[in-house]
Design a protein around this ligand. Structure first.
Ligand code: URA
Length: 477
């Protein structure tokens, strides 16, 4: 068979790879017969690339997990990645269980690429620092960053969510991302000299960083691993790190000598996350990225994606449900289906604004049983709850909420670490020594399933009362 050349639109052209790979697979083109090229390189080396024929018939079926893996791994800078993922695709199409074999060289390499990309994305969310510039249209914030992989397009939406009200640009050697408050556009790469060097904000940021730097938690090796030196030159706080480390031993001794915290506050302190130097939203974003590749139990296989928690990083209430349902699994967001609508309505009546609470689930993948065209919800078991519990704990550590609302038995079990009888525990705020207070209540799906309308009304009112308690407990200073 003649070699087939595929010219992609650029190094991050995942959609182009996907369309081409699908057509090649449908045609039965072996991986060894495909030459993948990108951007300038494809014009220089191969004057014309063959247009692939449209796919006839239904597209070959591949597990969703492969698509998730490919979407991330393809952003790696390894020039072999397109060929590697196409080879793996042909193998997965023949035997979908190949992906389960972590010792398989193609699977191991693809996972390693995806892991490196996730790490690079996490670094970008954590270490981009904007500097203010004044333009004709007003203030604009510009940042310089040097990613290792082709992650700018994939990571820019994080900054849109985080800094929606600002006009900003992130410049990198390969691509630039620009947000004007309404549109996100991408352009060519830039040079470091195009980004401003310092401004008044940096002085404020340095003062803030020095104030949150906790010498008692100083772990220099972990800090270097988390914040590698190559990022330091773009960080305003970098100039402070050395003197703060030097002062740390003396400052720790001073802190130990100082008066202890009142017992109650001290006992409720949560340990910091492994990314203790990041602001909570950075930690949550990093956790979300990590959880996207979670394989701790088999539920990830048939599910569309991990559905991680969402909400403001400074939320004082964390609401925990059971697991994503059919709608959530597709949308990738918790509580967007019928149970979510009921929760929203009840929360509003109780004076708890959904946009101010962090909403998550005990189990982050949809467990279901296929039934014809439908996917029927299945209750997660103790092993799945246990496998997922570390995500909930890490979310709690990053968020440090004042109150956790556990809706239903699965949530209560995951939060409390033991079986909880809802009938006995609901409606009272449980104080704990090792974490935030907990309010146990019923799950909204329990109300949706109730056949008797009168009973449903009564139970709904009790649910609103429980949520009202949560809202009230927040007013208590
Ligand atoms: N039920 C839950 O417990 N969580 C969701 O996200 C949706 C339905």
């Amino acid at each position: 068979m003649n070699a087939r050349r595929v010219a992609l639109d650029g190094p991050a052209d995942v959609a182009g790879w996907r369309a081409s790979a699908r057509a090649l697979l449908a045609e039965g083109v072996p991986p060894s017969a495909v030459i993948w090229t990108t951007g300038a390189e494809s014009h220089d080396l191969f004057a014309a690339s063959e247009a692939l024929p449209p796919v006839a018939g239904p597209p070959p079926s591949v597990p969703r997990a492969f698509l998730g893996l490919a979407e991330t791994a393809l952003l790696h800078s390894d020039p072999e990645r397109f060929g590697l993922l196409y080879r793996l695709l042909t193998r997965v199409a023949a035997d979908r269980w190949v992906l389960q074999d972590m010792a398989d060289p193609d699977v191991a390499r693809s996972n390693a690429l995806a892991k490196a990309v996730r790490r690079d994305k996490h670094k970008m969310t954590a270490f981009v620092r904007f500097r203010e510039m004044t333009t004709e249209d007003g203030a604009c914030f510009v940042a310089w960053f040097e990613p290792e992989h082709h992650i700018v397009e994939a990571t820019a939406p994080f900054f849109v969510r985080r800094f929606a009200a600002m006009r900003w640009s992130i410049l990198t050697p390969e691509r630039s991302a620009h947000w004007n408050g309404g549109d996100l556009v991408f352009g060519d790469g830039a040079s470091r000299a195009d980004a401003p060097d310092g401004d008044a904000l940096e002085t404020v940021w340095r003062a803030y960083y020095a104030s949150i730097f906790n010498p008692a938690r100083l772990k220099v090796a972990a800090m270097r691993a988390e914040m590698p030196k190559k990022y330091w030159r773009n960080l305003p706080e970098a100039s402070l790190i050395r003197p703060l480390i030097a002062q740390a031993a003396r400052a720790t001794a001073d802190m130990v000598a100082a008066a202890p915290l009142p017992e109650k506050r001290a006992s409720r302190q949560m340990p910091r996350t492994d990314a203790g130097l990041l602001p909570p939203e950075g930690v949550l974003e990093a956790l979300r990225a990590e959880a996207a590749g979670c394989r701790a139990c088999p539920l990830w296989g048939p599910a569309t994606q991990t559905v991680f928690g969402e909400g403001p990083a400074d939320a004082r209430v964390m609401v925990v449900g059971e697991q994503p349902g059919d709608k959530e699994d597709v949308a990738g967001r918790p509580f967007v289906g019928p149970a979510g609508a009921l929760f929203d309505r009840a929360a509003k009546e109780a004076g708890l604004e959904r946009r101010k609470v962090y909403v998550t689930n005990a189990v982050k993948h949809f467990k279901f049983e296929p039934r014809g065209k439908f996917r029927l919800h299945k209750t997660p078991g103790p092993t799945e709850i246990a496998a997922c519990r570390s995500w909930l704990e890490r979310e709690t550590m990053a968020l440090k909420p004042r109150l956790i609302v556990a809706m239903g038995a699965t949530a209560a079990r995951a939060v409390m670490g033991r079986v909880v009888k809802i009938g006995e525990s609901r409606g009272a705020v449980l104080k704990r020594d090792d974490g935030p207070d907990v309010l146990v209540t019923v799950h909204p799906s329990y109300l949706l399933r109730m056949p008797d309308e009168d009973r449903q009304r009564t139970e709904y009112a009790r649910f609103v009362d429980d949520l009202r308690l949560a809202a009230l407990s927040l007013r208590d200073p």
